[in-house]
Design a protein around this ligand. Structure first.
Ligand code: CP3
Length: 385
């Protein structure tokens, strides 16, 4: 797959972000133009079905991508990752580029998602953490007291130069296929940092949130700064959209979300508003929070599989596209059952202004990749107009 505008050479002509201030500004103008299409500037991804759906414009077919589309469901991913730790692979632009492209080639999805992890920016500023296979992120010294905040310094573009480099390579290869950048939202990052690892009940996180609201607010504000900086790096390097994952915020009641989380998420989303790239916001089990999460500043609300899209649009209100929401476990059923459940999602999406087809959470690692390829083709065929 080669870029329609000559990929890397087109980018080189614009100057590379890492070569100093002058080039940095020129690169930034080019990136914004890729999404806002000022006159006289060709744009590679602007007319893609994915970006049109995000902007709630008419589309030739409903665009499809999958959360966790790059990863263990693909044999070519498992082969490439052999002998390389997860975090190490996120820091290798060659691996990141190849892994990000794998599902685009195989499934013909309408967007790529940058291969990385939500804890990469934390690792990059020196937080002692690792991603343990089959477990997830584990933090050496959990943050529970004010002095622990010292672990969280500001993130600079130089801290994640491998991200800029990988995205430069990727956008060249992807051509007209948009690249989605992403970050973990402050609550979900805080939950890993405060618990020290994955948690079912988030008890230490909630203890801090209720017991020391001032420290909690300061922690979320620090994380909002880091997250904003990480998203800006990805957009300036060429990402056409961003997704803010607040995976575990569904653990909260709406009043607590509004008081203790929404200001930090809103700060992140606002910090990238001026780029004009669509901002997608998603969490698991967030049916009761959809309205508030949308209010935090999203252009596209991700919906998990527990709320149908026709109900979700009532909760989110007008002016936003929706993304979702086939239960990822449905893919373990027969092809007929997958089609029937997909039809249900498409029927519920029929009245939406903009719909990006996705799963209601990430691809499960043991999913048959052929079921995903068939699903993309089915949605494209069924929605062709
Ligand atoms: O294809 C994509 O979606 C892009 C890659 C991606 C990864 N992590 C790669 C990954 C994305 C978008 C993420 C985000 C992420 N990471 C989230 C938010 C999305 C969600 O699922 O809600 C969260 C909560 C994390 C934290 C995390 N990292 C978990 C829970 C795990 C899984 C642990 C396990 O082994 O089951 C990870 C590790 C991780 N991140 C893997 C991948 C492909 C698995 C590591 C491996 O392949 O060895």
């Amino acid at each position: 797959m080669r870029g329609r505008l000559g990929g890397t050479s087109a980018r080189a002509a614009q100057g590379h972000p890492r070569r100093g201030g002058h080039f940095f500004i020129r690169a930034k103008i080019w990136v914004v133009s890729a999404n806002t299409r000022p006159t006289g500037q060709p744009s590679q991804t602007y007319d893609s079905a994915f970006l049109k759906a995000c902007r709630r414009e008419p589309v030739p077919h409903t665009p499809v991508w999958f959360m966790r589309q790059a990863g263990r469901s693909l044999p070519e991913y498992r082969k490439l990752r052999e002998g390389t730790q997860m975090l190490e692979s996120c820091m290798r632009p060659d691996l990141v580029t190849e892994i990000t492209l794998q599902p685009v080639r195989r499934h013909k999805v309408d967007a790529a998602i940058f291969f990385s992890d939500i804890v990469v920016p934390l690792k990059a500023i020196g937080v002692d953490l690792d991603i343990k296979p089959g477990i997830g992120p584990v933090v050496a010294q959990p943050i529970r007291r004010r002095e622990d905040l010292a672990q969280l310094r500001d993130l600079t573009p130089e801290d994640v130069s491998y991200v800029t480099e990988a995205i430069g390579m990727l956008t060249g290869e992807l051509g007209s296929t948009p690249l989605i950048g992403f970050a973990g939202a402050p609550f979900t990052l805080a939950s890993y940092l405060v618990e020290g690892g994955p948690s079912k009940n988030h008890e230490h996180t909630k203890a801090l949130m209720y017991g020391d609201p001032e420290l909690w607010a300061d922690l979320l504000d620090r994380l909002a700064e880091i997250t904003s900086a990480f998203l800006k790096v990805q957009i300036e390097a060429g990402a056409s959209a961003v997704q803010l994952f607040d995976s575990w915020v569904g653990a909260l009641a709406p009043a607590d979300y509004r008081r203790s989380v929404m200001p930090a998420s809103a700060k992140v989303l606002e910090s990238v508003a001026s780029y004009g790239v669509p901002r997608i916001h998603f969490g698991v089990g967030t049916g009761e929070l959809l309205g508030l999460m949308g209010e935090a500043g999203a252009d596209v609300m991700g919906v998990d599989y527990r709320v149908s899209l026709d109900e979700a649009v009532r909760r989110v209100g007008p002016g936003k596209a929706l993304q979702g929401n086939l239960d990822p476990a449905v893919l373990f059923s027969t092809p007929e059952a997958v089609e029937a459940k997909t039809d249900e999602v498409l029927a519920a999406a029929a009245g939406l202004e903009g719909h990006v087809f996705n799963l209601g959470h990430g691809v499960l690692p043991t999913t048959d990749p052929d079921a995903l390829t068939r699903l993309v083709d089915y949605v494209h065929t069924k929605t062709a107009r």
